[in-house]
Write a protein that binds this ligand. Structure first.
Ligand code: HEM
Length: 169
């Protein structure tokens, strides 16, 4: 796979200490790659490959986020999204995400720097024909990044759509 994801803030050569606001979420920073499984009551289950990049500049209290996915079997691109994570000193975090499908999300939630977890719930889901609600839960487990994304739609209550396990690369 190519690497089109070199965003602003990701190009520094010498590692610098993150901004103090970002430091509690430093466990996310860097590039991650792995595989996931998608499901929902209304669709056939599927497997996908995924790459995540969390980058930052030490002068800004924000983490830039990009994700891309591809079909596990063929490598053909699937869903992609990108956005910004804004952690706060009180342990709350707000995230904005724009998805390749046109959907826009504002997520709010909290993080635990010791347990290395972040949990998010949608405060706003915009420009979506079916999706009513999205939750995202991330956790670092033995150095690997795991997450579960759940959604509720106009026909289906909140339940898992995506689960993945990614290694730092
Ligand atoms: C289906 C939303 C992420 C792949 C769907 C459906 C919705 C949806 C609303 C249709 C469900 C129904 O008709 O009842 C979302 C949202 C996402 C997300 C809100 C992120 C928060 C992803 C990702 C992938 C993916 C990352 C691929 C890696 C699929 C596939 C289907 C599907 C293959 C079934 C086929 C299709 O309808 O196109 N998704 N999705 N989705 N999603 Fe996602």
């Amino acid at each position: 796979n190519g690497d089109p994801e070199e965003m602003e803030g990701g190009g520094a050569t010498a590692p610098a200490a993150p901004h103090p606001a970002v430091a509690p979420l430093a466990f996310l920073l860097g590039k991650w790659r792995g595989e996931g499984e998608g499901s929902f009551p209304t669709i056939s289950p599927f497997r996908y490959g995924e790459e995540l990049l969390f980058s930052h500049h030490p002068s800004k209290p924000v983490i830039s986020y990009t994700q891309r996915t591809w079909k596990a079997a063929s490598g053909e691109p699937m869903h992609a999204e990108s956005g910004y994570w804004r952690p706060r000193p009180d342990g709350s975090v707000e995230v904005v995400i724009s998805q390749s499908t046109g959907l826009a999300e504002v997520q709010k939630g909290s993080f635990d720097a010791e347990k290395k977890t972040v949990t998010l719930q949608s405060e706003l889901v915009g420009n979506a024909s079916k999706v009513k609600q999205i939750t995202r839960a991330f956790q670092l487990v033995d150095g690997e990044l795991t997450y579960v994304v759940q959604m509720a739609t106009i026909t289906t209550s909140l339940q898992p759509h995506l689960k993945a396990l990614l290694k730092k690369i």
